[in-house]
Design a protein around this ligand. Structure first.
Ligand SMILES: [Zn+2]
Length: 439
């Protein structure tokens, strides 16, 4: 038989003299015997060069007992690819040896009982990690089942996930929760998962958010026990811990990360302000007109304007805001609340951190004395969170934004997979997609 590409007749010899085998197919440790295209498949027959083999039990040189054909799924190109490996079978001739026959193993080609080549598993992991691929889509491309692909990929992901070195060098840590399923918790366990995210900045000062782990539940306990499992070196390394205004996570940080500075997320603080304005607007609306806002009511018409930053309002929007406030003296309360929220917001918009901090401290000193109950309540909340609120300005704008970005990736992949039934698989897939596992 002629060599498929070079036409060289010695292709079936023990060691293929043609470097093109390796160049063309690139499989380590084997040479190409035959290439065929049939039924929309590229079929590549390979085998290892002949060499004496020792018995794995006793070491005595074994005798050849022929070949066994193993059909493997390989990385697809324009068509699906099958590798037919003519695997050598050996017999041990030592009479005292318990091992009768054994087959050659080439882990660089395929795992002992695998049906997907080692490099195709690497390819599949890369597709999941960078190309938003799904297991079902990879199974389609490889021409195999979902189960076969996942069985090949899962152990690799588990190996990466248990490697504790991936927790090294974390100096800024974020935490957040999300809902991962909507079925009965008695069937699938808690709907909420707490996610830990590495928010450490690189040498250019850029945050590259990386999902570190997902644990069941939404509680300070879930976070605290995960922190407990990480060990002293990890906990001592964390300097900044960002969080949303949820007391449970704060308790965990105070408890387990005594050396770290807790930072309340800026976005959520601004949101608390906007929510307070909304509450005042609804209350004043109800008090003045006796019904919920509807089309034509002055306060109803400005609800989106009240949520925007003052600096982003157009002339027309400003005019509408003024007109709505002037429509009734009772609306002054809404205007004052809006100004308070804008003041709170402006702290984060200062170029100078010291100026921002001064505004933040002023907010903490004054809001709780406000006669508007909703603003006073916001003031009390911020006083409770005082240190974590002001810490934004002393930690160079540490925030939980990267955690929200990771949540976006998680959501995308949950949708691509059309939901998950198994929490362990969910965790591994999300860790891979959101940068927590580095192959
Ligand atoms: Zn033996």
């Amino acid at each position: 038989m002629l060599h498929p590409t070079s036409g060289c007749a010695s292709a079936r010899s023990a060691c293929c003299p043609c470097a093109r085998c390796d160049l063309l197919v690139g499989l380590p440790g084997v040479h190409v015997e035959h290439v065929d295209r049939r039924d929309g498949l590229l079929v590549v027959t390979v085998s290892s060069p002949a060499a004496p083999a020792g018995c794995p039990s006793c070491g005595v040189v074994a005798t050849g007992r022929g070949r066994r054909r193993r059909v493997l799924h390989d990385v697809p190109g324009a068509t699906r690819v099958r590798i037919v490996w003519r695997q050598r079978v050996w017999r041990c001739d030592d009479e005292g040896c318990l091992r009768k026959t054994f087959t050659e193993q080439l882990p660089s080609l395929v795992a002992r009982r695998g049906s997907i080549t080692t490099r195709a598993i690497g390819w599949a992991i890369g597709q999941l990690r960078r190309e938003h691929a799904t297991i079902a889509g990879l199974a389609r491309q490889l021409g195999t089942s979902w189960k076969t692909v996942w069985r090949a990929v899962e152990p690799e992901l588990v190996k990466l996930a248990v490697d504790e070195t991936r927790f090294e060098n974390v100096t800024t840590l974020g935490v957040d929760e999300h809902i991962w399923h909507h079925v009965d918790p008695r069937k699938r366990g808690p709907k909420e998962l707490t996610g830990m995210v590495d928010l450490t900045r690189d040498e250019h000062g850029k945050t590259r958010a990386r999902l570190l782990d997902l644990v069941p539940g939404r509680s300070g306990k879930a976070y605290a026990s995960w922190l407990g499992d990480r060990g002293d070196a990890f906990r001592k390394n964390v300097r900044v811990a960002a969080l949303d205004p949820f007391a449970g996570y704060k308790t965990a940080i105070d408890d387990k990360l005594q050396d770290a500075t807790a930072v309340l997320d800026a976005f959520h603080v601004v949101k608390l302000g906007t929510a307070a304005v909304d509450e005042v607007r609804r209350r004043v609306q109800q008090d003045t007109l006796g019904h919920r806002g509807r089309k034509g009511d002055p306060l109803y018409g400005i609800q989106t304007i009240l949520r925007a930053g003052a600096e982003n309002l157009t002339e027309k929007q400003r005019a509408r805001l003024t007109a709505a406030i002037e429509a009734d003296p009772a609306h002054d309360e809404v205007f004052v609340a809006w100004q308070c929220a804008q003041q709170l917001r402006s702290a984060y918009h200062q170029k100078d951190l010291a100026a921002g901090r001064r505004i933040a401290e002023q907010v903490v000193e004054t809001f709780h004395t406000c006669p508007i109950p909703e603003i006073a309540r916001l003031g009390r909340t911020l006083r409770r969170w005082r240190d974590a609120f002001v810490a934004y300005f002393t930690t160079g704008r540490a925030n939980n934004g990267g955690t929200e970005a990771v949540n976006g990736i998680i959501e995308l992949h949950r949708r691509l997979a059309r939901g998950f039934r198994n929490r362990d698989n969910y965790r591994l897939r999300m860790l891979l997609a959101a940068g927590g596992l580095i192959p």
